[in-house]
Write a protein that binds this ligand. Structure first.
Ligand SMILES: [Zn+2]
Length: 256
């Protein structure tokens, strides 16, 4: 039973109890409103915070037994991916790129380079629309398959790592991912590199990473390329090793 199902049961039981208390003791009607608001709040938090694993299990970190971390980049491939790849190569650091399927046509060479330089490629949906979590599970599964086909068409490998657009999950997304047989991947540290305007702030935030962390970056982040090299040096200076996501989580990144 996932957390969502457990809360549904709890909610139904509470509603029933309230109903009987209402009948027997004349409990105030506003308690129904409080209960519904509570349920709505829990569901909204479960949708927004992928780390809660509310609707489905999402990998967001590794048990920190070893001093490993993984770095991930979302929303590529795009015109900034090449610079990120240069920095990762200079620093011999592996990463995972969660790619948007519709960005691949025209950027095949970048995708090939990711694979050749030892990075993992994950699926980040085909279109990355805000309406993604509102689709029927079959449509979600089809879009995941469409992105996988685009990646496989270039690299020959079919991803199993899926990061939901915006990290938003709900019962439809959970069902679509289950139909696809993908692993749902979140993060434990969000860099907010698309909004943080001060590079020093960004650097000091992400440099606080600790064992087991999965860090979320974007290739198109405002200062991501500018701080990446120093970030890698900072975490290595703390004795942390940057490893590919499949090694951090001990799962397969691709279909065999
Ligand atoms: Zn995204």
């Amino acid at each position: 039973m996932n957390k969502h199902t457990a809360i549904n049961v709890l909610f139904a039981v509470s509603l029933l109890c309230l109903f009987f208390l209402h009948l027997s003791h004349g409990m105030a009607w506003y308690l129904y409103v409080v209960l519904v608001l509570l349920y709505t709040g829990i569901s909204a938090a479960g949708s927004y915070f992928i780390g809660l694993s509310y609707f489905l299990y999402s990998y967001t970190r590794a048990a920190g037994i070893q001093r490993h971390i993984a770095i991930t980049f979302d929303d590529g491939p795009n015109e900034k991916t090449g610079v990120i790849l240069d920095i990762l190569k200079e620093n011999k650091a592996p990463a995972t790129f969660f790619c948007i399927g519709q960005n691949i046509p025209g950027n095949e060479a970048i995708l090939k380079r990711m694979a050749e330089e030892g990075h993992l490629i994950g699926n980040h949906s085909y279109r990355h629309r805000h309406s993604f979590p509102l689709q029927q599970p079959q449509i979600i599964a089809a879009e995941i398959a469409q992105c996988n086909a685009a990646i496989e068409g270039v690299t020959g490998q079919t991803p199993r790592l899926f990061r939901p657009p915006f990290g938003v999950t709900d019962p439809m997304v959970a069902r679509g991912i289950a139909m696809s047989g993908m692993y749902s991947i979140g993060w434990s540290m969000r860099s907010y590199d698309t909004v943080v305007k001060d590079p020093q702030k960004l650097l000091s935030k992400v440099s606080r990473a600790g064992a087991g962390d999965i860090i979320l970056f974007h290739e198109a982040g405002i200062h991501t390329a500018a701080i990446l090299s120093q970030f890698i040096q900072n975490v290595r200076a703390k004795g942390l090793e940057i490893v590919p996501l499949d090694r951090l989580l001990d799962i397969d990144a691709y279909d065999k």
